[in-house]
Design a protein around this ligand. Structure first.
Ligand code: SAH
Ligand code: SF4
Length: 393
């Protein structure tokens, strides 16, 4: 009804960030060239810079060292210079909750006292870390808990990489000098599916992923990273070219009328425009399939007709459709589709030739499932009425 009046984005409230203690520059999250510039600015002779970058990089991202004093292949005076100018800092764990199914949810404190969440999901053959790209989200998808959070700021590249480092700390995953290399990784995959819209923080996300993918450090292949977007079309080709990771898109509806309500950014870039950008992605990124995420909302987007329209819309795009049973949160204006409905929907898609896995909700008991993230201290929630109005209900 009042859909057109509903805002696509909410107000961004940017609080001044506290400078790190003593004004030291954090090395975490700088790309190799950024690190080089920082070292030179602090007095490293240019001809040594490349070597120093390599050494420091290995200490931070291969060994997980946080203290310059442990960088034993650097001269004492040089370590002192680093100490005076820089720090190696990652977000601080405020709470860590472990679900009955082994899922771990971290509430992390970042500069300025803000908080974000990251979730580790162990599975038999892999371990996926779901990380955040913003505090809150400027978009206001009506089924998403994060979208009701008012306070928003972009995370820095260091805060994004830092989430991976914190999880590795907690899981004890840094290699130990002299110990045999362990096979299998605990954090084997990273998904940018936590709080925030990664493509509204493109530069920081891109730098962070360069660090995470670098072969001499954390070394995750670009095919083990999945970025999920609600459909910020102008940044999709850039993601292919500059990051090259796998792409997931929060599709969720098969008509513009319904998608406008669920994913309001659709009013800016509608289904046709989005599909056009997605068609180009596999070629530009030299990657395989695109994941279409589809949240199952009872009587909203879950009919057989929706399933058939979906298949028709994505024809020709190498794709997999991930069906996500809606995860409830307090005040949510939707209900999860019945299980039989989800299965019938999956069946139509499967018969049309697409994989249609139903995502098992993980960590529900600790509110760690998709769309439930929202940091505890920032619960300045919109009223139930405001949420319903934006959903066009
Ligand atoms: N902003 C990005 C990434 C974060 S959301 C995006 O929207 O893609 C990660 C996924 O969880 C998205 O597919 C989102 O639509 C889904 N999601 C959000 N709220 C949900 C909920 N309550 N139940 C199930 N999935 C939800
Ligand atoms: Fe933001 Fe994604 Fe939630 Fe939409 S679904 S409000 S884009 S985090």
């Amino acid at each position: 009804m009042n859909q057109l009046a509903a805002p696509i984005t909410q107000d961004v409230l940017t609080l001044p960030r506290k400078l790190p203690e003593g004004g030291k520059v954090n090395l975490v999250g700088l790309t190799r060239s950024g690190l080089r510039d920082a070292l030179i600015a602090a007095g490293t002779p240019e001809r040594q810079a490349k070597m120093r970058v390599g050494q420091i990089w290995q200490w931070i991202y291969h060994w997980g060292v946080r203290d310059f004093a442990q960088m034993t292949n650097l001269a004492k005076e040089y370590r002192a210079l680093l100490e005076r100018n820089f720090e190696i800092s990652v977000p601080e764990i405020v709470t860590r909750q472990v679900s009955m199914d082994g899922t771990r949810k971290y509430l992390l404190r970042i500069a300025g006292g803000h908080e974000v969440e990251a979730v580790y999901i162990p599975e038999e053959t892999r371990g996926t870390l779901c990380i955040s790209s913003q505090v809150g989200c400027t978009l206001t998808c009506s089924f998403c808990h994060t979208g009701t959070q008012k306070l928003v700021r972009n995370l820095t590249a260091g805060e994004i990489v830092g989430q991976v480092m914190v999880a590795r700390d907690d899981l004890g995953e840094w290699p130990k000098p002299g110990a045999p290399k362990e096979d299998g990784r605990l954090v084997s995959n990273v998904v940018l599916m936590g709080m925030g819209e990664p493509l509204y923080n493109f530069d920081n996300v891109c730098d962070a992923m360069q660090v995470v993918m670098d072969g001499e450090g954390i070394s995750l292949s670009r095919r083990r990273i999945t970025l999920s977007t609600s459909g910020v079309v102008p940044e999709i080709a850039k993601t292919a070219e500059e990051i090259g990771c796998l792409l997931a898109v929060s599709f969720h509806a098969t008509t513009d009328e319904v998608r406008n309500r669920l994913v309001p950014v659709n009013k800016k870039w509608n289904i046709e425009t989005l599909i056009g950008a997605l068609r180009e992605y596999p070629r530009l990124s030299n990657s395989e399939r695109i994941t279409f995420e589809y949240v199952m909302l009872k009587d909203v987007n879950d009919s057989d007709d929706d399933a058939r329209r979906l298949v028709k819309l994505i024809r020709g795009i190498p794709a997999k459709i991930n069906l996500i049973p809606f995860n409830e949160w307090p005040g949510a204006p939707y209900e999860r589709s019945d299980w039989e409905r989800i299965e019938a929907f999956a069946d139509i898609i499967y018969k049309a030739g697409y994989a249609s896995p139903i995502r098992t909700p993980r960590g529900e008991d600790i509110m760690a499932a998709c769309g439930q993230l929202k940091s505890a201290t920032e619960r300045a929630r919109k009223s139930r009425a405001a949420i319903a109005a934006e959903a066009g209900l």
